[in-house]
Design a protein around this ligand. Sequence first.
Ligand SMILES: [Zn+2]
Length: 329
Amino acid sequence: MNHLAKKHFSQASICYKQRNYSEAVDYYLVGLSIEPECVEAYADLAKSYEMLACWDQALQAIEQALRLRPSDPTSLRRKNRITEENSFYNIPYDAISSPLEDSRYFDLNVSPDISTLSDDLVQKISGILERTCNFVGYRLNFFPLDPVKVYIEEKHLAKSSYNDLDTFPDWAPAYYDGTIRIRCCNYSMSGLGVLQTLIRHEWTHLLVDLITDGKCPTWIDEGLAMSIARQMFSFEMEYLQTANRNGAILRLQQLNKPFSQIDDRQRRLAYYQAHAIFLDLIEQFGFSSICVLLGLIGSGEKPEDAIQQTFGKPTVQIFSDWQRKIDMG
Ligand SMILES: [Zn+2]
């Protein structure tokens, strides 16, 4: 391989590991202009675009990798994943209406140092927030009394502290700490679907916190936030099944501590597992049972007693019943 191209590709992969995806894209593109037949570089370029929620470019790059090497397993796997994400996250721009007046539920603050954010995009973000408050609010039958502060900030690379980003394309890491903070690395219309999913997730945390007075067990909080935010993707289910075959499924105690304290390598698994167990609960007992559960915890019932009352079994059994299903699947 051309020496200069190789240098660009290795620089690209350093940027990717630092979660600096825009710069990674730039390096891949320069490298590919020198060495246009490099399958791996196209496949990695696709992954960088995926993290930036640039769906069209991600698909183009992975197609190019497959044109060069049609049965490349990594490229095929990546193509399936990106295709699935694209069909969920790529929401039509026109489908989001801009609210006409200030919301009762949130107070949006956009950091002035984000120069790339057009008024039009801010309007769309308000629109997404408004419809998310309604969507999650009606599901959980709860609306905050006072407007919640939502901050849209610049993503600073150095601050790669814990957040919910592990389960989403890295377009917009977010977290909830009484207020909702979203940090983006690429503000663009193509990322609005990811933003909507993130806001649903964080808004669920907010409502769960208010309903249960902060007493909700972590796995329920995260599982519910994941279930309300989006479907579970098939590649995530496959990841879980592989983990199960390898005996890597996390135990209840591990999912009961804050996910921020879970080892980096296991955090993704923790989210998938909480999501899957929760979907299973919803399928068996209906979504209304979840509202009953949160209400019981909110009224002062001990979480474990509330779980027993709602589902007729303790958490350990919920876990083992679910794992038995995974074993068979
Ligand atoms: Zn979360």
